[in-house]
Design a protein around this ligand. Sequence first.
Ligand code: ZN
Length: 429
Amino acid sequence: MAKTFMPSFENLDELRQHQLKGLQWTVNHAYRGSSLYREKLEAAGVSAKDIRTLDDIRKLPFTTTDDLRKGYPFPLLAVPESQVVRIHASSGTTDRRKIISYTQKDIDDWAHFFARCYEMAGITVEDRVQIAVGYGIWTAGVGFQLGCEKFGAMALPVGPGNIDMQCQFLVDLQSTAMCCTASMGLLMAEEMKRRNLKDKIALKKMIFGSERSSDAMRARIKDLLGLEDMFDIPGMTELYGPGTGLDCPRHEGIHYWADYYILEILDPETLEPVSPGEIGEMVVTTLCKEAAPLIRYRTRDLTRLIDQPCSCGNILPMHDRIQGRSDDMIIFRGVNIYPGQIDEVLSPISDAGCEYQVHLIRKDDGKDYMTIRLECCDGLDASQKSELGLKVQAEIKKKIMVSCEADIVDDCSLPRSDRKAKRFFDNRP
Ligand code: ZN
């Protein structure tokens, strides 16, 4: 039998037992090793012995980005520095960077569950994996590579951008899988078409990280490249890096590695759990992370739990795609809008292309106006375009309950990116 990186739990009870043990370990470890955690736990009047059931997690204090800032450059450190074998930093542009420390066991754990991502995506040791994400201080490149090597497939560490080299490797090395942002995936797919290379490559799968991919975008990439399948991989530096889950080939949600962390979905205002299936903030608690453990860390990422088991039979629970970060929420005429909501409305509209931009301005009348600039499919005439525009306005009104202007533009006329595409332009004062 092939080596598996899946957990060996028979049922959810066993998983929960494992989680409880990990939670108790983490509270104890953080209390002993980190003065910041010790102060927070003491202020909350809670210690490891108060954690008797998983519900007791709610007694624990939250950890925020403020706590990371306070501990700069080694925030949340809970082991002697001599045990730290590596650091990574987030690409956060505001304030100080988030730097996260790792012990060798942290690195090994990360490699193990990242290998699980490749396994879930149906990659085999025969696959050649072209890794087109950022290498360096970031967790992306090294994470994808570590997981790939642990899994046993062949890693091709090309890094981001460099489209000529990407094309050359796809043709000469016959890469069968590619890891990149969805924006880069779209760029590559269109480039393959332009260069007429589709029949010369062997690409079967793509794994998209660090950016939300819309259904429309995935459909276009799949079609242009003739792919078998595509997967979303979530992750953040604070929680090891990318690879903390993957949607399985059934695509009913993103299985997340509940044997490595507990995920709570909370209302960002009240910090109480949202109703099942409602959108809320992802709050994570690690179960075996040594150097920088997380206790109820508020990620600011928004998603919902999928409330039913996956038809694939894997018991690992699922969350939905990330809707965006709570910091990215825009308030337009009194309505809260998350970036992901816009692409969920646009994606199913027939004749809509896959790239769009949202522009917000304030006019002289003091009111805010939204324009959605959307690419249409190739070959639409003027009347079909205006019909599409009306459809966009009607759907946005119906599903997000705001009015907008729609500006329908030609296929491939909006900018493309080999990293993350910028789609929201808030030009209000
Ligand atoms: Zn599944």
